[in-house]
Design a protein around this ligand. Structure first.
Ligand code: ATP
Length: 301
């Protein structure tokens, strides 16, 4: 295995007869913002729990910052260098933000003389400096989410695992969290982002894996995943035509959509449609979004 931040080989988890994760193999380089993307129930949280040692794999192997899951001592040590924002968390409303962070920083084993500085640092990062002294019960959802993020950043972890960090937030809150993730990357941190929000992942991640029913159905950089462009043609008088050599085609009424076509081949496609008797009324090139690709992949399955 290489010196990746996260590496898994055939990592699997079954709960009774249900396969939550079916043989996950992936490698995430240090310093990457990695998006783990999939519909509800795909197995994303299960993968995070296995990586963090919160659940045991049924089979397979994984390494977190070089420490193997099958070496509990090394894995426990390495978890000090990992920040985690769980999907569903709730802090005690009667505590102030600073008090919540105080509990976490104490549990982390940070020396007492650094507690104050460390709490100030993460409050600033999360944009909560002004409200650190207020009770959590007076926080908006977005502020609570940012407090969770701040807690995950205590102790300057090398890797942070964020499970759906923005699903409860409005567009402004999402924007703020994206900015925080970008700042983490600037600091050289590796970020593992679980999400079912495609646009979110598209805006902030270097690489993604798309997971469905416990399996990775596609992975890579956006350039790799979204290979080629999409063009829409408004065509009449075109009978059945095999255009598969240009990409993945789809007909809806008079609209022909071709996905995964290289931009340079669009004139050839139009020429071929005309040669086959089609009358072309409009040609609309567009970029395929991750959402299109995601829906395509799930539909193919
Ligand atoms: P979501 O986006 O809804 O959080 P997810 O991709 O994180 O979904 P998981 O929570 O990993 O999905 O769940 C994957 C599958 O495993 C689901 O079918 C779920 O019901 C099942 N599962 C998860 N945890 C357990 C458990 N402790 N016992 C039994 N089944 C479980």
């Amino acid at each position: 295995m290489t010196d990746a931040a996260i590496e898994t080989v055939d990592l699997a988890k079954r709960y009774g007869g249900l396969t939550a994760l079916a043989g996950l193999s992936m490698s995430i380089p240090r310093g990457d913002v990695f998006g783990f993307l999939g519909p509800n129930g795909a197995g994303k949280t299960t993968a995070v729990k296995l990586l963090l040692g919160l659940a045991r794999p049924t089979s397979g192997e994984a390494r977190l910052l070089g420490a193997s899951l099958s070496d509990p001592r090394a894995h426990r040590e390495v978890r000090r260098r990992v920040g985690y924002l769980p999907e569903l968390f709730r802090y005690q409303g009667w505590l102030t933000g600073r008090e919540v962070l105080g509990l976490h920083v104490e549990l982390l084993g940070v020396p007492r003389e650094r507690w104050g500085n460390e709490i100030d640092r993460v409050l600033l990062f999360a944009g909560l400096t002004e409200r650190g002294g207020s009770r959590v019960s007076t926080y908006s959802k977005g502020m609570q989410q940012r407090l969770g993020l701040a807690a995950a950043l205590l102790g300057r972890p090398e890797l942070v695992m964020l499970d759906e960090p923005t699903s409860a937030l409005d567009p402004v809150g999402r924007h703020d969290v994206r900015e925080i993730i970008r700042a983490l990357k600037e600091e050289g941190m590796t970020v593992f982002l679980n999400s079912h929000l495609l646009s979110e992942v598209e805006q902030v991640c270097d690489r993604v894996a798309i997971v469905d029913h416990g399996r990775i159905v596609a992975s890579g950089t956006f350039a790799e995943l979204l290979a080629g462009d999409t063009v829409r043609l408004l065509v009449t008088s075109l009978g059945d035509a095999d255009l598969s050599r240009f990409g993945r085609s789809d007909r809806e009424g008079d609209w022909l959509t071709m996905r995964g076509i290289a931009a340079a081949h669009i004139p050839d496609l139009v020429a071929e449609v005309v040669r086959l008797g089609g009358r072309v009324h409009a040609v609309q090139p567009t970029h395929e979004s991750l959402e299109d690709r995601f829906l395509d992949l799930l539909a193919e399955r």
